[in-house]
Structure formats: structure tokens, C-alpha cells
Write a protein that binds this ligand. Structure first.
Ligand SMILES: [Zn+2]
Length: 432
């Protein structure tokens, strides 16, 4: 039993999905002082709160998000439409950013942080450009790793954003590290995010690695990126020329001709990289993300954003081949500028819809435990088991008398909502 003080609270629901272990029907979960103390049959137990026909799961982990981005104005694209060209979309994002009042980022980030809580998210990896998502997440009762973005191929722009990122880190670090528990868990951590090989100078990547902080970057996102790295040409080059962001000849110095060079070249190898998208990693390169290719205790993972990838027509994501090689693939939503919601449950359901043969336990692990692993949080969250934190999501289940052959279908082949979110044993969202 845990030595944590306080009374034991017992929750029950028709199904419990521990993730590490099979789904349990008619089970209950006990926690005390924010920590899970037991999971077992509910029979004969006094239940404090019975969610009835619902599923209790670990809180969702959103491994790639930009809380500061709003949906695009005059959004013409809707799910079901033909794919949108990503470079054209990028132009619209940049234009919208130019027109956005910097004062509004705080409200946008706060609004989206609260959407995360309502969608059962208990841990998020967020990238901040304007510095607003940090304060918003500190005010929000979930865990986060907040990465400061660095961007720019031209030396001056890269230096400016690099300096701004460090200024932000120095300003927020005391607040984000205050009250950090001594048990290895965290509420907020900070990291750095060189944006992408097509937008960010190679030296920025090297400097970010030198910090020893958690890192994330967009990589192998679109075919145009591969062309730019290899030949310095194509639609991305035209776009960068158009907005005055293409560097002079001596400033254009890609780390290598392939996206993975940006996390594997010399000192870049060995850092904790959370790779966003990875839609176009080549089959022959995938071994580089397998456990055998990593240093001991290194965490390198791919944050796959299924609905965003689908929107842009990136339909052959190598997640199956990566998983077969033992690589970790977790799930992200990306921002509201490309995804219809910030819900990882929605991503899981989309993944199931488009991959009916993919096992439910794997899909749910990708949206919980695997993300926790990538963010070094798996010791204390990401699954339901004694001594982990009581970070829970409770989802309504469809009425169904018979026990299904695949209990995960109750969550994944459904559109019923989240009804509650618990963070470290405290109710932080309840539908009623
Ligand atoms: Zn992104």
C-alpha cells in the first residue's frame, strides 16, 4: 500500500482500460494522495463515484500541439474534401500570424488549454512561438512539456528567435520548476524546438542539443522538404523567397540532404528528440529510430498526427514499419489550424477508422503510454497501475448488453464524449 496520506477514493465504471494489461469489466480503481493504490474487481466494494456505462482510461497524452494557433480564417477545407497542398496552407498560416494581434495569443492559448482538459488530456507537448502557452499551461491543471520555438534560415532571423527562446526560458524557468515534486514526476518542463529543416538553420539545431533540454522538431513533413534539402529548389524555396526568408548562398548550409540528418548527425545524435510528423521517412532509414540505434536511456520518438497528415494527403505514414522495428510512435493533434479538435481520442478514432485491422490496445497505447515514454513521464503516468499518478480520462460508452470481443471497440468505434478528467487524484473536468 502507498504511504501517501489522506483517504482512499474509489471510482468505478463498466470498463477499466489500464493499457498495461487487458481491459477489465466491472472493476474499480482506488487512489490516495493523487496516487493509484489498487485496481481490482468492484464486487463487494464501497464505491465513492460510479461512472456507470463508461470507460476509465489513463489520461490522453497529446505529443504535438501548438496552443497559440487559431483555426485559419475563411477556412475552406473540411474533412472529406480532397487533400490540401501543405505549402499553400503554410502560406495562409504565416499570413494569419502576421495579421494576429500579439495580445490575443494569451486568450487563444488559454482557450485551447481548457479544450485539452475537456478532451481528457493530462499531458501535452506544446510548442510556443509567442510565449503565451507557457503561462496558459501553468494555469491549467494538466502536465506539459513546453518547447520554445526557434526559426530562421537567415542568420539574423535565426539569432533573433534563438535569443527570444532563451530569454523566454530564463524568464519562465523559475516559475515552471517551482514546487516540482521530488518523486520524479513533473507538472511542467521546458524544452526547445528548432522548427524544421526547411525553416531553421543547422547551427540552431546544434545549439539546441547543447542545452541538454528536451527537444522537438518537425521532420520529413512533406515531399517539398525533401526536395529543398536535397537540391535547394522547389515550392518551399519559392515560398521562402516570396516572404524574404530564403538565405544568402553562404547561409544556406543544410546539415545533410536527408531529414534524419537533423537528429542524427554528430552531436545531434543522442539527444531526446520528439520528431513531429515523420510522414516521409524512407523505409531504409527507419532502423535509425529503433532501440538498438539509440544511446542507453535516450528517448527518441515520432509524434504522428493522423488527421493533419490526412488533410495534406500524406497517407502512407510509416508508423507500422516503425512500430515493427520497436520504435515509439505516439499521437499528436498538431494545431487547430490543421486539425478539427485538440482531442487525442478523436485522433485514435480516426486512426481506427482508417486502419480497422490495427489493434485497439496499440492505438490506445499510442495515445497514452507511448507519449508518456517520449516525454519521460512513463514512470508516473501513461497507464493505470499502482504507484502511478491518478491521471485519468473517463469516456462514455455505447449501450451494449453483450460483452464485445474487442472491448477497445467500445471506445474507438464510437463518437461518445469524455465525461471527466482527473489529474493526480483531483477532478479537473466533469461533464455534468
Ligand atoms: Zn506542428
Amino acid at each position: 500500500m502507498s504511504s501517501k496520506p489522506g483517504p482512499v477514493l474509489t471510482l468505478a465504471a463498466r470498463w477499466l482500460f489500464p493499457v498495461e494489461g487487458d481491459p477489465l469489466e466491472g472493476a474499480c480503481i482506488d487512489f490516495r494522495g493523487g496516487e493509484i493504490v489498487a485496481i481490482g474487481p468492484r464486487e463487494g466494494r464501497l464505491i465513492d463515484l460510479d461512472y456507470g456505462n463508461a470507460g476509465i482510461m489513463p489520461g490522453m497524452v497529446n505529443a504535438h500541439c501548438h496552443l497559440e494557433l487559431e483555426p485559419l480564417e475563411n477556412e475552406a477545407w473540411t474533412p472529406g474534401d480532397d487533400p490540401e497542398n501543405e505549402v499553400s496552407w503554410l502560406k495562409r498560416v504565416v499570413k494569419q500570424r502576421w495579421l494576429t494581434d500579439p495580445e490575443s495569443y494569451a486568450d487563444t492559448a488559454a482557450k485551447h488549454a481548457s479544450e485539452l482538459v475537456r478532451s481528457g488530456t493530462t499531458l501535452v507537448a506544446d510548442i510556443t512561438t509567442a510565449g503565451a502557452s507557457g503561462p496558459a499551461l501553468v494555469e491549467t491543471p494538466i502536465r506539459s512539456v513546453i518547447y520554445a520555438e526557434m526559426i530562421g534560415l537567415k542568420r539574423l532571423r535565426a539569432l533573433t528567435t534563438n535569443e527570444a527562446a532563451w530569454a523566454w526560458v530564463n524568464a519562465v524557468e523559475p516559475a515552471l520548476t517551482r514546487d516540482r515534486p521530488t518523486d520524479g514526476s513533473f507538472r511542467q518542463r521546458i524544452g526547445l524546438s528548432p522548427h524544421a529543416p526547411y525553416s531553421t538553420a543547422g547551427w540552431v539545431y546544434h545549439q539546441a542539443v547543447g542545452s541538454g533540454m528536451p527537444l522537438t522538431t518537425h521532420l520529413a513533413e512533406m515531399p517539398e522538404e525533401l526536395e529543398l534539402l536535397r537540391y535547394g529548389t522547389g515550392p518551399l524555396r519559392d515560398f521562402l523567397d516570396e516572404i524574404g526568408a530564403w538565405p544568402s548562398e553562404d547561409e544556406w548550409d543544410p546539415i545533410g540532404p536527408r531529414p534524419l540528418d537533423y537528429v542524427r548527425h554528430r552531436d545531434l545524435r543522442g539527444a531526446d528528440w520528439l520528431i513531429a510528423h515523420a510522414n516521409y521517412l524512407e523505409e531504409k532509414d527507419l532502423w535509425q529510430l529503433s532501440p538498438a540505434a539509440l544511446k542507453p536511456d535516450q528517448r527518441m520518438a515520432v509524434a504522428y498526427c493522423p488527421r493533419t497528415a490526412h488533410r495534406f494527403g500524406h497517407r502512407n505514414h510509416p508508423f507500422r514499419s516503425l512500430l515493427e522495428r520497436g520504435a515509439i510512435v505516439c499521437l499528436g493533434t498538431d494545431s487547430r489550424a490543421s486539425a478539427p479538435s485538440l482531442s487525442i481520442l478523436d485522433e485514435m478514432r480516426f486512426l481506427r477508422d482508417h486502419n480497422p485491422d490495427l489493434s485497439g490496445s496499440l492505438i490506445v497505447a499510442m495515445g497514452t503510454l507511448f507519449g508518456a515514454w517520449a516525454l519521460r513521464a512513463d514512470k508516473f503516468c501513461g497507464s493505470l497501475k499502482p504507484e502511478k499518478k491518478a491521471d485519468l480520462a473517463v469516456v462514455a460508452l455505447p449501450d451494449q448488453e453483450a460483452v464485445p470481443t474487442d472491448p477497445y471497440s467500445l471506445i474507438l468505434n464510437s463518437n461518445l464524449p469524455m465525461v471527466a478528467t482527473w489529474l493526480e487524484g483531483e477532478l479537473v473536468f466533469s461533464m455534468s
